[in-house]
Design a protein. Structure first.
Length: 114
């Protein structure tokens, strides 16, 4: 059974940083693309970042230059480093494992506020 467990969310002031983690179990993590999405209240879920099995990354324009996606295949874990956070980054963040069956983490709340 595949499970994705997220951690690292919280409350941070504008300009601050957070690092989200997504630990996978029950699958061959290293061969799959991982993605990060977010959903703010009243808005649709949006794609934030993608990292392929070989470490190629792409980012939404809104986070480019501020967020960085990485993975440690030995630990079956993906990371989203978020720097220079803005209030508009406030959302629930989800990790997604793109296997033939899509799997999702439980979500972690990120709140950027002074």
């Amino acid at each position: 059974q595949v499970q994705l467990v997220e951690s690292g969310g919280g409350l941070v002031q504008p300009g601050g940083s957070l690092r989200l983690s997504c630990a996978a179990s029950g699958t061959i993590f290293s061969i799959y693309t991982m993605a990060w999405y977010r959903q703010a209240p009243g808005k649709e879920r949006e794609l934030v970042a993608v990292i392929t099995s070989i470490g190629t990354t792409t980012y939404a324009d809104s986070v480019k230059g501020r967020f960085s996606c990485s993975r440690d295949n030995a630990k079956n874990t993906a990371y989203l480093q978020m720097n220079r956070l803005k209030p508009e980054d406030t959302a629930v963040y989800y990790c997604n494992l793109r296997s033939p069956t899509n799997y999702w983490g439980q979500g972690t709340q990120v709140t950027v506020s002074s």
